[in-house]
Design a protein around this ligand. Sequence first.
Ligand code: ADP
Ligand code: MG
Length: 289
Amino acid sequence: MSAARDETMPGGTTGGTPGILLAHHLKQLKLPTVLREYDKVARECAQSGIDHPRYLLRLVELELIDRERRLVERRIRAARFPAVKSLDTFDFAAIPSLNKMLVLELARCGYILGRENVIALGNSGTGKTHIALALGLAACQKGFSVTFMTAASLVNQLLEARDERRLLRLQRDLALVKLLIIDELGYVPLSAAGAELLFETFSQRYERGSTLVTSNLPFEDWTSVLGSERLTGALLDRLTHHVSILSMNGDSYRLKSSRVRRGRAGDRAEQNQATTNRHDPETGEITPV
Ligand code: ADP
Ligand code: MG
């Protein structure tokens, strides 16, 4: 081999142990799964007489599967869910007012492509946040960007951004996200400035992205949170133009599961047994220990 060729070609390409250079190139190409798996898969393919194109195909497929998984994880982290919940752990029988078919349809995320909205209304403890989290998770899994915030926290962030003169940037970020979830509209009355900024957020997202709102208040009471009749009307006009409404009035699941706990404890006292139940606050599941 000539000296000139040595200067232009990476040394490892021409023989010896290519492992170090290969690792370097694969890192630069951002193919961590190929790097991790190539040796093992090579041995497997050699053993079963699989040719080079199929070996390469297998590696590339592994990289693609892993890349998709990493992207979903990144979207979930970016959404800042307070907890990760899915529809698998949701007991539809506990809330008969909720249209299960509609929820399953929403989990397919067609409404996000159509830039339509979702509103979940109902009293406290009926699973509104659970459903919002589950639909948010489904959206992350289907490839959409998601942001989850309580209404109070969103308004605080908007007011803070305005004071720090970075409101436009925050508003632009909020307008770009494919699904914005605003939880618990109605628990805290908003200041006039806060309500105005919340309205602007809805307005800027109108027909651009989907917004999912949960509230313990029926629409006619939203004025008590937003302060002004005019603003409430304009906000509802935008939010409900293309909307699916999830009606979630019913018994509080929290209360129900703690009643079950107390009930079981009572039974046990009667039977004079010294056992306790474990209550999973995430799923509401109660298991005797
Ligand atoms: P809300 O937001 O309507 O006040 P949450 O979604 O916070 O209610 O529900 C309270 C707790 O009960 C959560 O831990 C939630 O996961 C659980 N929960 C509520 N409804 C159900 C249900 N139908 N099936 C399973 N868990 C539920
Ligand atoms: Mg809630």
